[in-house]
Design a protein around this ligand. Structure first.
Ligand code: NAP
Length: 285
């Protein structure tokens, strides 16, 4: 298959390239590929893709509060450009979205049919992206994931790992609950979705759930560090964007298709152990 990946240089894009072996990959990367540019349609059509993973996005959740129009232009208008082109190409569109489309008022895991109601500008822009993708390209598969981390990019695991070796104590939010998801596992699940005829919306997160505080405690413990981790509230953290206090997703549709992701603790243990091996190999080289 000829597969185009937008945001191929991003955190998930880099892991996705590693698992799509045996396919011809076309990398659409900023600034040559800019979702704000009207050339996007031509750039998606020209390489005649059979499938497009649309990962490129404005992903700075707090930044989106300061520049909501830009977030909307990239995540909604940019996605519409991609979707129109994919539809014209007769290809499949797989669009990555987020748990932040939900408001967190539910007390049990969100299923695909639950009504979204985003609390922040990023969530609103991604939800609008979902709606435009499905409207312009009816065969679209929207994949909502959450709390992503991997080797590449700025993410919670890499930040906690760094802070645990720099600071004498950590203070982490304990009143937001979600599903940590290892980008390598999500990439494998995305590759498997190509072999299905899934369309519409699916949830794809690591199994199980925790708070950011519990997540940080697990990271610090796997590091073998003794740095204390203290729970704080969202209000104490003082971030610009509101976040849902509960954004646990249930991967109902994916499970029916036989696609599962590991429990977040198992994935984190695997990830941290791989990282230790890479560090040891780098040090001895
Ligand atoms: N990270 C998470 O926790 C999370 C959770 C749920 C869903 N998602 C979704 O999953 C997808 C991948 O996330 P990720 O963590 O891999 O994000 P990422 O590392 O921030 O990658 C996004 C990519 O999009 C590029 N980009 C930004 N603005 C662009 C524009 N105007 N035109 C073209 N490309 C642009 C970025 O380039 P630069 O780096 O040069 O800016 C980056 O390479 C995104 O759609 C995101 O919304 C992420």
């Amino acid at each position: 298959m000829r597969i185009l990946i937008t945001g191929a240089d991003g955190q998930l894009g880099r892991d996705l390239q590693l698992v799509l072996k045996g396919h011809t990959l076309i990398r659409a990367v900023w600034p040559e590929f800019d979702l704000l540019n009207t050339d996007v349609e031509k750039q998606v059509l020209a390489p005649r893709p059979d499938a497009v993973f649309h990962l490129a996005a404005y992903t700075d959740v707090d930044g989106a509060e300061r520049e909501p129009s830009k977030a909307m232009a990239v995540n909604a208008e940019g996605t519409e450009r991609v979707a129109r082109a994919v539809d014209k190409a007769g290809a499949r569109l797989i669009y990555l979205s987020t748990d932040y489309v939900f408001d967190g008022r539910k007390a049990s895991p969100y299923v695909e049919t639950d009504e979204p109601n985003p609390l922040n500008a990023y969530g609103r822009s991604k939800l609008e992206g979902e709606r435009r993708a499905l409207a312009c390209c009816p065969s679209t598969l929207v994949v909502r994931s959450a709390w992503l981390y991997g080797v590449h990019g700025k993410n919670f695991v890499n930040t906690i790992t760094r802070l645990a070796s720099e600071q004498s104590a950590l203070r982490v939010v304990a009143d937001q609950r979600g599903c940590p998801t290892y980008a390598g596992d999500l990439a494998m699940a995305l590759a498997r979705m190509l072999d299905t005829d899934l369309r519409g919306v699916v949830h794809a997160t690591g199994a199980g759930d925790c708070t950011w505080y519990e997540f940080a405690c697990a990271i610090v413990s796997l590091m073998g560090s003794r740095v204390p981790v203290y729970p704080i509230t969202t209000a104490e953290a003082g971030r610009a964007a509101l976040r849902p206090s509960y954004s646990v997703l249930a991967n109902v549709t994916l499970a029916k298709a036989g696609i599962t992701l590991s429990h977040w603790k198992e994935a984190l243990t695997r990830y941290m152990s791989e990282q230790k091996k890479v560090e040891a190999a780098t040090e001895s080289a």
